[in-house]
Design a binder for this molecule. Structure first.
Ligand code: ADP
Ligand code: GN1
Ligand code: MG
Length: 369
């Protein structure tokens, strides 16, 4: 389980859960937080489930700001979902408060913990199994962004500064290469060169945001397929989760990150690069769903730039994985020594494949102009 059950039970005791705790299991495949599924028994045959998470405070340094964002955004969504006649217990995350009223618990060892109601009868996927699922995730992520269009952006804390500032990411990447603290740079020269050859691309979206050519919006910023719950009965994207990085950003970040992960014909950490490519049918399907979900709110320029969003989010993620490999794997969780290097290689292969298919990607989005 990673942690002693007694330790988890003590943390759980602080939260306003219902019933007797029956089981605690490690859950999900997130790269950042430690996630547990907690099952409680209220009576004969009546259980209720929760998600308990250790917030990674090496990465999210301001747990108060982080939880203020999550509570702010989920309360805002709750109202909109109610107005639309939806079910806010399932259609947005529900924060479980502490018995004394706070939103997170600081444990004796200095770690930070929070709880959510578990979204029942829904699944999150690490790879597209059915194209319809990917389409439904697009509609839901687009809709999520539309719902947050009038959220007071100024009230959001920047939980990770410059999160999708690709220029800043490149600067940090170069620093990691320069420092070469683990002595790993020599073996990844080809990958380093691949990134550096695309320096000009890294500026494109940042420049457009700065000049106002594309608008700053409230965005999710981490829209991979396993950050959405799909309803087991209807197949619809029922609940957008992992709200830690909801911050002002670009619609192209959300579109691009979904393509990076979901339109890949292989897994993010696949070792056999011949399995990696950008599936244009999935790209087309996601484009359709996302534009529909955004409900007409995307500008012509944004639509035109969708392929660039996909390419840049993939390139950026590739350089983040490689920087972490060079720095000794302290950011993303790894299960094997070269995990981040494998992940970096799939991202760069995906970028190359998008470049080869560039005209087709542009033709797909042009239909919507
Ligand atoms: P990380 O930041 O580490 O990615 P997530 O918040 O995405 O953490 O949670 C990891 C996984 O746990 C998700 O991919 C999802 O499968 C599951 N999960 C998280 N929150 C819930 C929830 N409220 N209900 C059901 N499953 C959840
Ligand atoms: C992380 O938290 P998770 O696993 O959903 C990361 C994303 C990366 C992604 C790569 C806060 O997402 O930015 O794109 O891994 N989240 C954070 O899979 O850095
Ligand atoms: Mg996640």
């Amino acid at each position: 389980m990673g942690r002693e059950k007694s330790e988890l039970l003590q943390i759980l005791g602080a939260f306003e859960t219902e019933g007797e705790i029956e089981s605690i299991e490690v859950h999900g495949n997130g790269h950042i937080n430690d996630t547990y599924l907690v099952t409680c028994r209220r009576g004969q045959g009546d259980t209720c489930k929760y998600i308990l998470q250790r917030m990674n405070h090496e990465i999210f340094k301001d747990p108060d700001g982080l939880m203020e964002n999550v509570v702010g955004v989920t309360s805002f969504l709750r109202k909109k979902i109610e107005e639309a006649g939806g079910d806010p217990e399932r259609e947005t995350l529900n924060v479980i408060c502490l018995r004394d009223g706070g939103y997170y618990q600081k444990a004796e060892d200095g770690t930070f913990w929070r709880m959510y109601r578990f979204v029942e009868d829904a699944d999150s996927f690490d790879m597209v199994e059915k194209p319809e699922d990917f389409y439904e995730s697009a509609v839901a992520f687009g809709h999520f962004q539309k719902l947050l269009a009038d959220y007071p952006a100024d009230s959001l804390h920047e939980t990770i500064p410059n999160f999708h500032n690709t220029v800043d990411r490149l600067k940090n990447f170069k620093k990691a290469v320069e420092a070469d603290s683990m002595g790993r740079a020599a073996e990844v020269q080809e990958e380093i060169r691949f990134v550096l050859e695309r320096e000009a691309d890294c500026h494109v979206l940042c420049d457009m945001l700065e000049t106002g050519e594309i608008p700053l919006r409230v965005t999710h910023n981490d829209t991979k397929l396993n950050n959405i719950m799909l309803d087991r009965n209807t197949g619809k994207g029922i609940c957008v989760i992992d709200l830690d990085t909801v911050m002002p950003g670009s619609a192209l970040y959300d579109f691009g990150d979904s393509i990076r992960f979901g339109a890949n014909t292989g897994e993010e950490d696949e070792k056999d690069l011949s399995k990696i490519s950008c599936d244009l049918e999935l790209f087309a399907l996601y484009t359709k769903g996302f534009i529909e979900g955004c409900g007409g709110s995307l500008t012509e320029k944004e639509i035109r730039m969708l392929p660039m969003g996909a390419k840049l989010m993939t390139l950026e993620c590739g350089m983040r994985f490689l920087a972490d490999y060079l720095e000794g794997d302290h950011y993303f969780k790894i299960d094997r020594p070269e995990h981040n290097l494998d992940r970096c290689r799939t991202q760069l292969r995906m970028v190359k494949d998008m470049e080869d298919k560039w005209e087709q990607m542009q033709a797909i989005v042009e239909k919507y102009l």
